[in-house]
Design a protein around this ligand. Structure first.
Ligand SMILES: *Cc1c(COP(=O)(O)O)cnc(C)c1O
Length: 329
């Protein structure tokens, strides 16, 4: 990847003249069975641009309550897009049409109007959970019937595809817009992609520039993303296997709460409340021994497996966690 970056042919992408970026966008569009793609600096910008291109100020976006666009994107849909999130809490991050339908506004001029539904697949803070493909398709169909667009925050959509054993093109084919990250499990240092119809992508290009996301000789990053796109998806099953190994190992540690059968992809969330440690203290203790994780709340901890983590690392992490939890009293 570093060599591809060093050797990348570049041009000015604000003039759409960077051949490496153009190739990456075409390849991504092809993989997703779409007309066009647009390289953006981050997943957050990809989501925001997609929202801005498909809503008007004063409209509403239906999204899941623990979702990334609602919790980790600095309220940009409100602050910059001028839209109101309408959130739906779920137990597993996966919304059903029965939950979405009642949140759609009545079509009367005295009410703000629903413009967009946004799904997250896999769902990050629910623990990498995956939409059953038929459910995602049904939501898209019904939203379209209701006159709404549907966006996919597919930061980890390749993990979802591996889990269901279908292509990313198949599982996302009914969405109006899809954002995915090169910088998560695919292993590139920077960057995300939006894919969709040609006129939608041209609209996104204008908004990206407005937000300061027009990048000049950015082929050096697109070259890394191209390696991530070709090579990354092939090895995600290993991350899923490692997450299972981690989850099952955690289940064997007393006072650690986890249901390994609920771990579907590369994110493992477990409960350490019964150990008597707060997650902040637990995280400090494992970090001191070289194991990094993040908090979900005071009693839950989130770990992610990725290409820099192998089976030996999982075994080491389990050993450290077992010892730290043992010391909790
Ligand atoms: C990481 C992530 C994003 C994008 O995050 P950036 O840090 O802006 O690239 C969007 N959605 C989900 C679910 C994510 O996990």
């Amino acid at each position: 990847m570093r060599r591809a970056m060093a050797e990348a042919e570049v041009g000015d992408d604000v003039y759409i003249e960077d051949p490496t970026v153009n190739r990456l966008q075409e390849r991504a569009a092809e993989m997703f069975g779409r007309e066009a793609g647009l390289f953006v600096p981050s997943g957050s910008m990809g989501n925001l641009v997609s929202i801005m291109a498909q809503t008007e100020r004063g409209q509403e976006v239906i999204c899941e309550a623990a979702g990334h666009i609602y919790n980790y994107e600095m309220a940009s849909m409100a602050a910059l897009a001028g839209v109101l999130p309408r959130v739906i809490p779920t137990s597993d991050g996966i919304m059903t049409w029965e939950q979405i339908a009642p949140a759609i506004r009545e079509k009367v001029y005295t009410r703000p109007q629903t413009a967009l539904v946004s799904l997250e697949n896999t769902h990050n803070m629910a623990g990498g959970t995956v939409y059953p493909t038929r459910l995602a398709h049904a939501i898209c169909d019904k939203a379209h019937d209701a006159g709404l667009k549907v966006h996919l925050d597919g930061a980890r959509v390749f993990n979802a595809a591996v889990h269901v054993g279908q292509s990313v093109g198949e599982i996302t084919k009914k969405f109006d817009s899809v954002q995915f990250c090169f910088s998560k499990g695919l292993g590139a240092p920077v960057g995300s992609m939006i894919v969709g119809k040609k006129d939608f992508i041209e609209h996104c290009r204008v908004i990206r520039k407005m937000l300061g996301g027009g990048m000049r000789q950015v082929g050096v990053l697109a070259a890394a993303a191209a390696v991530a796109l070709e090579e990354g998806p092939k090895r995600l099953y290993m991350d899923h296997d490692n997450a299972q190994l981690l989850a099952q190992g955690l289940a064997n540690i007393s006072r650690v709460g986890i249901q390994p059968e609920r771990v579907q992809t590369n994110i493992v969330i477990f409960d350490i409340g019964e150990t008597g440690l707060l997650s902040s203290e637990f995280l400090k203790r494992i970090a001191a021994r070289g194991v990094l994780a993040g908090p979900v709340d005071g009693r839950r901890v989130r770990m992610v497996t990725h290409l820099d983590v192998d089976r030996g690392d999982i075994e080491q992490a389990l050993k450290v966690i077992g010892e730290v939890v043992g010391q909790g009293f």
